[in-house]
Design a protein around this ligand. Structure first.
Ligand SMILES: *[C@@H]1O[C@H](CO)[C@@H](O)[C@H](O)[C@H]1NC(C)=O
Length: 233
């Protein structure tokens, strides 16, 4: 199918599912209780530190990998644009919108950025960009830490509207883990945006199982739901 006509099909189906919410961003999430899965061996991902998240967003972006001397891909950070899904009506719709965003992103022309994909989605039901997800070097400059930063978007003017995370839980994606990246829990190590972050409902992002040493960095498209708990916003 042509990209344009597929978009129209996707949009038409989204519009039925997510028709005309009264509000399109910053809806009250206090009634939202998310379920977290357990790993195949029964390890729970984590327990949320609060009954409900403060922010709920879908990230559209890439997981980056470099090829090691051993011929396997290792994580080299990520970049994603995160849009608000707090106004969607049900838990099922969080998974569907995350999937929908991936379906568009997966077939979007190579030159497209995550922001352009989100903007396309927004023409239909106005999601608001919450912020960006990217990686920063730690103090020693040796490793990368994930950061979620709303200071240039929904929380512009609040210089502490970011969180840097450290991983506390990691389980394979419940569906198709060879293609979809792990579901994670992280705790906030700096910033006031959140004290706990979850990466859920992942689509894509996994690298090929092997590579030729010396080959260039790769960028694998993915989407996921991000839930932010605690923080001071
Ligand atoms: C990951 O790739 C994106 C392109 O999708 C780029 O903008 C970003 O800077 C990369 N991040 C890292 C840590 O290399």
């Amino acid at each position: 199918m042509q990209f344009a006509s597929l978009l129209v099909t996707l949009f038409a189906s989204t519009y039925i599912v997510f028709a005309a919410p009264a509000k399109t961003s910053h809806c009250d999430l206090s009634h939202v209780s998310l379920n977290f899965p357990t790993s195949p061996t029964g390890t729970p991902l984590a327990t949320a530190i609060a009954p409900a998240p403060k922010f709920l967003g879908v990230g559209v972006g890439t997981q980056n990998y470099t090829c090691s001397a051993a011929g396997t891909y290792t994580s080299a950070g990520a970049y994603a644009e995160i849009f608000d899904v707090s106004c969607l009506p049900t838990k099922d719709s969080y998974a569907s919108i995350t999937r929908l965003a991936f379906d568009v992103w997966k077939i979007a022309p190579k030159s497209w950025t995550p922001a352009e994909v989100v903007k396309t989605l927004s023409e239909l039901h106005s999601p608001v960009v919450l912020g960006q997800h990217y990686f920063i070097s730690n103090v020693a400059g040796t490793a990368l830490s994930p950061k979620w930063d709303f200071t240039s978007a929904s929380e512009a003017g609040h210089t502490d509207a970011f969180v840097v995370g450290a991983k506390t839980g990691d389980i394979p994606a419940p569906i198709n883990p060879a293609e979809n990246i792990d579901w994670l829990s992280l705790s906030g190590t700096s910033g006031d945006l959140a004290n706990q972050i979850f990466r859920l409902e992942t689509n894509g992002g996994q690298p090929p199982s092997s590579c030729t040493p010396g080959s260039p960095e790769i960028f694998i498209r993915y989407s996921s739901l991000y839930a932010f708990y605690g923080g001071s916003f």
